[in-house]
Design a binder for this molecule. Sequence first.
Ligand SMILES: Nc1ncnc2c1ncn2[C@@H]1O[C@H](COP(=O)(O)OP(=O)(O)O)[C@@H](O)[C@H]1O
Ligand SMILES: [Mg+2]
Length: 227
Amino acid sequence: MNWQRHVRCGEFEGRKVVIKTNKRIKGFRDFILIFAYVLTSVLMLHPSSPHPLGTILLHNESVAMRKTLRKIDILSPTLLYISKRVLIEEFVEGGNLYSLFEKKNDLSLASKAGLITARLHSAKLVFLDNKAENYLINAQRQLVRTDLSFIMRDDSIFSRSMDIASFLASIMDLGRFEYRILHNTYIKAYENETGGSCPYLYIILRNILALGFSANRANTFMNLLSS
Ligand SMILES: Nc1ncnc2c1ncn2[C@@H]1O[C@H](COP(=O)(O)OP(=O)(O)O)[C@@H](O)[C@H]1O
Ligand SMILES: [Mg+2]
Protein backbone atom coordinates (compact mmCIF):
# COMPACT_ATOMS: atom_id res chain seq x y z
CA MET A 1 0.00 0.00 0.00
CA ASN A 2 1.14 3.50 -0.78
CA TRP A 3 0.24 5.76 2.11
CA GLN A 4 2.21 8.91 1.25
CA ARG A 5 0.85 9.80 -2.15
CA HIS A 6 -1.55 8.66 -4.83
CA VAL A 7 0.70 7.55 -7.68
CA ARG A 8 -0.86 6.89 -11.09
CA CYS A 9 0.09 6.85 -14.74
CA GLY A 10 -1.33 9.43 -17.13
CA GLU A 11 -0.58 11.53 -20.18
CA PHE A 12 0.89 15.03 -20.19
CA GLU A 13 1.70 17.00 -23.33
CA GLY A 14 1.52 13.79 -25.37
CA ARG A 15 3.89 11.71 -23.28
CA LYS A 16 3.39 8.95 -20.72
CA VAL A 17 3.93 10.32 -17.23
CA VAL A 18 3.50 9.50 -13.56
CA ILE A 19 1.26 11.81 -11.53
CA LYS A 20 1.87 11.93 -7.77
CA THR A 21 -0.71 13.65 -5.60
CA ASN A 22 -0.01 14.15 -1.90
CA LYS A 23 -2.54 12.60 0.42
CA ARG A 24 -3.96 14.81 3.14
CA ILE A 25 -2.01 13.00 5.84
CA LYS A 26 1.33 13.47 4.07
CA GLY A 27 2.41 16.41 6.26
CA PHE A 28 1.62 14.46 9.42
CA ARG A 29 3.30 11.36 8.05
CA ASP A 30 6.47 13.33 7.15
CA PHE A 31 6.51 14.70 10.67
CA ILE A 32 6.26 11.19 12.18
CA LEU A 33 9.12 9.98 9.96
CA ILE A 34 11.38 12.84 10.97
CA PHE A 35 10.43 12.43 14.62
CA ALA A 36 11.30 8.70 14.45
CA TYR A 37 14.61 9.59 12.75
CA VAL A 38 15.61 12.07 15.46
CA LEU A 39 14.44 9.80 18.30
CA THR A 40 16.41 6.84 16.92
CA SER A 41 19.52 9.00 16.52
CA VAL A 42 19.24 10.07 20.17
CA LEU A 43 18.69 6.50 21.37
CA MET A 44 21.76 5.40 19.38
CA LEU A 45 23.80 8.18 21.04
CA HIS A 46 24.30 9.93 17.68
CA PRO A 47 21.89 12.87 18.00
CA SER A 48 21.13 14.24 14.53
CA SER A 49 19.44 17.49 13.64
CA PRO A 50 15.95 17.19 12.18
CA HIS A 51 15.32 17.35 8.47
CA PRO A 52 13.64 20.72 7.76
CA LEU A 53 10.06 20.06 6.69
CA GLY A 54 7.89 22.25 4.45
CA THR A 55 9.26 23.99 1.34
CA ILE A 56 12.53 22.03 1.47
CA LEU A 57 10.61 18.87 0.51
CA LEU A 58 9.42 20.71 -2.59
CA HIS A 59 12.96 21.92 -3.32
CA ASN A 60 14.26 18.37 -3.05
CA GLU A 61 11.98 17.26 -5.88
CA SER A 62 12.85 20.31 -8.01
CA VAL A 63 14.75 20.53 -11.32
CA ALA A 64 17.68 22.08 -9.41
CA MET A 65 18.05 19.03 -7.14
CA ARG A 66 17.76 16.68 -10.13
CA LYS A 67 20.60 18.62 -11.81
CA THR A 68 22.73 18.34 -8.66
CA LEU A 69 22.22 14.58 -8.72
CA ARG A 70 22.96 14.39 -12.45
CA LYS A 71 26.35 16.04 -11.82
CA ILE A 72 27.32 13.10 -9.62
CA ASP A 73 25.95 10.60 -12.17
CA ILE A 74 22.70 9.84 -10.36
CA LEU A 75 19.77 9.76 -12.77
CA SER A 76 16.25 10.83 -11.83
CA PRO A 77 13.07 11.08 -13.97
CA THR A 78 12.58 14.32 -15.91
CA LEU A 79 10.35 16.66 -13.91
CA LEU A 80 7.46 18.10 -15.95
CA TYR A 81 5.34 19.90 -13.36
CA ILE A 82 5.47 20.53 -9.62
CA SER A 83 3.23 22.28 -7.11
CA LYS A 84 2.62 21.86 -3.38
CA ARG A 85 0.17 19.01 -4.04
CA VAL A 86 0.98 17.53 -7.43
CA LEU A 87 4.14 16.33 -9.09
CA ILE A 88 4.33 15.07 -12.68
CA GLU A 89 7.43 13.29 -13.93
CA GLU A 90 8.51 11.11 -16.84
CA PHE A 91 7.30 7.50 -16.66
CA VAL A 92 10.18 5.02 -16.26
CA GLU A 93 9.13 1.78 -17.86
CA GLY A 94 11.09 -0.98 -16.10
CA GLY A 95 9.30 -0.91 -12.71
CA ASN A 96 10.96 -0.53 -9.31
CA LEU A 97 13.96 -2.42 -7.99
CA TYR A 98 12.12 -4.21 -5.19
CA SER A 99 9.61 -5.71 -7.64
CA LEU A 100 12.46 -6.80 -9.87
CA PHE A 101 14.33 -8.47 -6.98
CA GLU A 102 11.14 -10.37 -6.14
CA LYS A 103 11.36 -11.94 -9.60
CA LYS A 104 15.11 -12.35 -9.99
CA ASN A 105 18.42 -11.75 -8.29
CA ASP A 106 19.92 -9.07 -10.50
CA LEU A 107 23.34 -8.56 -8.98
CA SER A 108 24.42 -5.89 -11.44
CA LEU A 109 21.50 -3.70 -10.33
CA ALA A 110 22.24 -4.36 -6.63
CA SER A 111 25.77 -3.23 -7.37
CA LYS A 112 24.53 -0.08 -9.13
CA ALA A 113 22.38 0.77 -6.09
CA GLY A 114 25.47 0.46 -3.85
CA LEU A 115 27.40 2.68 -6.24
CA ILE A 116 24.67 5.34 -6.27
CA THR A 117 24.48 5.39 -2.46
CA ALA A 118 28.27 5.74 -2.29
CA ARG A 119 28.36 8.57 -4.85
CA LEU A 120 25.71 10.44 -2.91
CA HIS A 121 27.63 10.01 0.35
CA SER A 122 30.87 11.17 -1.26
CA ALA A 123 29.00 14.36 -2.21
CA LYS A 124 27.99 14.73 1.49
CA LEU A 125 24.32 14.08 0.78
CA VAL A 126 21.99 11.37 2.08
CA PHE A 127 18.66 10.03 0.81
CA LEU A 128 17.27 8.93 4.22
CA ASP A 129 14.43 7.11 2.42
CA ASN A 130 16.74 4.81 0.45
CA LYS A 131 14.36 1.91 -0.14
CA ALA A 132 14.66 -0.38 -3.18
CA GLU A 133 11.14 0.75 -4.19
CA ASN A 134 12.56 4.23 -4.83
CA TYR A 135 14.89 3.00 -7.59
CA LEU A 136 13.41 2.55 -11.06
CA ILE A 137 14.86 0.70 -14.04
CA ASN A 138 14.90 2.43 -17.42
CA ALA A 139 15.03 0.98 -20.95
CA GLN A 140 18.86 0.98 -20.89
CA ARG A 141 18.79 -0.99 -17.60
CA GLN A 142 20.13 1.99 -15.69
CA LEU A 143 18.88 2.81 -12.20
CA VAL A 144 16.86 5.99 -11.92
CA ARG A 145 16.23 7.41 -8.48
CA THR A 146 12.72 8.74 -7.72
CA ASP A 147 10.99 9.99 -4.52
CA LEU A 148 13.58 12.62 -3.67
CA SER A 149 11.73 14.45 -0.87
CA PHE A 150 13.99 13.42 1.99
CA ILE A 151 17.41 14.15 0.51
CA MET A 152 19.50 16.05 3.01
CA ARG A 153 22.97 17.59 3.16
CA ASP A 154 24.66 15.58 5.88
CA ASP A 155 27.63 13.27 6.21
CA SER A 156 27.24 12.02 9.77
CA ILE A 157 27.83 8.35 10.56
CA PHE A 158 24.21 8.09 11.67
CA SER A 159 22.62 9.41 8.47
CA ARG A 160 24.94 7.44 6.18
CA SER A 161 24.25 4.29 8.20
CA MET A 162 20.54 5.05 7.90
CA ASP A 163 20.76 5.11 4.08
CA ILE A 164 22.51 1.75 3.88
CA ALA A 165 20.21 0.31 6.53
CA SER A 166 17.02 1.43 4.79
CA PHE A 167 18.11 -0.10 1.48
CA LEU A 168 18.96 -3.43 3.09
CA ALA A 169 15.89 -3.43 5.34
CA SER A 170 13.65 -2.88 2.32
CA ILE A 171 14.83 -6.15 0.73
CA MET A 172 15.17 -8.17 3.90
CA ASP A 173 11.88 -9.95 3.38
CA LEU A 174 13.26 -11.71 0.28
CA GLY A 175 14.39 -15.33 0.54
CA ARG A 176 17.49 -16.11 2.61
CA PHE A 177 19.81 -16.94 -0.28
CA GLU A 178 18.56 -14.00 -2.36
CA TYR A 179 18.90 -11.53 0.49
CA ARG A 180 22.43 -12.61 1.42
CA ILE A 181 23.84 -12.30 -2.07
CA LEU A 182 22.11 -8.96 -2.77
CA HIS A 183 23.32 -7.65 0.60
CA ASN A 184 26.94 -8.62 -0.09
CA THR A 185 26.87 -7.22 -3.62
CA TYR A 186 25.39 -3.88 -2.51
CA ILE A 187 27.91 -3.49 0.35
CA LYS A 188 30.86 -4.48 -1.85
CA ALA A 189 29.96 -1.90 -4.50
CA TYR A 190 29.52 0.77 -1.80
CA GLU A 191 32.88 0.00 -0.22
CA ASN A 192 34.71 -0.18 -3.56
CA GLU A 193 33.39 3.22 -4.56
CA THR A 194 34.05 4.98 -1.24
CA GLY A 195 37.35 3.18 -0.70
CA GLY A 196 36.44 2.50 2.94
CA SER A 197 34.13 0.35 5.00
CA CYS A 198 30.45 0.99 5.63
CA PRO A 199 29.55 3.26 8.59
CA TYR A 200 29.31 0.92 11.56
CA LEU A 201 25.74 1.61 12.70
CA TYR A 202 24.11 0.18 9.61
CA ILE A 203 23.49 -3.38 10.85
CA ILE A 204 21.72 -2.35 14.03
CA LEU A 205 19.64 0.28 12.19
CA ARG A 206 18.81 -2.26 9.48
CA ASN A 207 17.49 -4.65 12.12
CA ILE A 208 15.25 -1.96 13.59
CA LEU A 209 13.92 -0.79 10.21
CA ALA A 210 13.42 -4.30 8.78
CA LEU A 211 10.56 -5.02 11.15
CA GLY A 212 8.71 -1.95 9.91
CA PHE A 213 9.30 -2.54 6.18
CA SER A 214 8.63 -6.26 6.01
CA ALA A 215 5.95 -7.72 3.76
CA ASN A 216 7.03 -11.25 4.76
CA ARG A 217 7.78 -11.53 8.47
CA ALA A 218 8.98 -15.15 8.28
CA ASN A 219 11.70 -14.28 5.75
CA THR A 220 12.67 -11.14 7.64
CA PHE A 221 13.11 -13.07 10.91
CA MET A 222 15.12 -15.75 9.13
CA ASN A 223 17.40 -13.08 7.64
CA LEU A 224 17.69 -11.31 11.00
CA LEU A 225 18.80 -14.53 12.66
CA SER A 226 21.30 -15.48 9.99
CA SER A 227 23.15 -12.18 9.59
N1 LIG B 1 8.59 8.08 -12.62
C1 LIG B 1 8.09 6.88 -12.36
N2 LIG B 1 7.97 5.95 -13.34
C2 LIG B 1 7.46 4.73 -13.09
N3 LIG B 1 7.04 4.31 -11.88
C3 LIG B 1 7.15 5.18 -10.84
C4 LIG B 1 7.67 6.50 -11.03
N4 LIG B 1 7.66 7.13 -9.83
C5 LIG B 1 7.15 6.26 -8.94
N5 LIG B 1 6.83 5.09 -9.53
C6 LIG B 1 6.26 3.90 -8.86
O1 LIG B 1 5.41 4.32 -7.81
C7 LIG B 1 5.93 3.88 -6.54
C8 LIG B 1 5.70 4.95 -5.48
O2 LIG B 1 6.29 6.18 -5.91
P1 LIG B 1 7.04 7.15 -4.88
O3 LIG B 1 7.42 8.38 -5.60
O4 LIG B 1 8.13 6.38 -4.22
O5 LIG B 1 5.85 7.46 -3.86
P2 LIG B 1 5.81 7.51 -2.27
O6 LIG B 1 6.18 8.91 -1.92
O7 LIG B 1 4.42 7.19 -1.92
O8 LIG B 1 6.80 6.49 -1.75
C9 LIG B 1 7.41 3.55 -6.81
O9 LIG B 1 7.89 2.57 -5.90
C10 LIG B 1 7.38 3.05 -8.23
O10 LIG B 1 7.00 1.69 -8.28
MG1 LIG C 1 8.71 5.96 -2.28
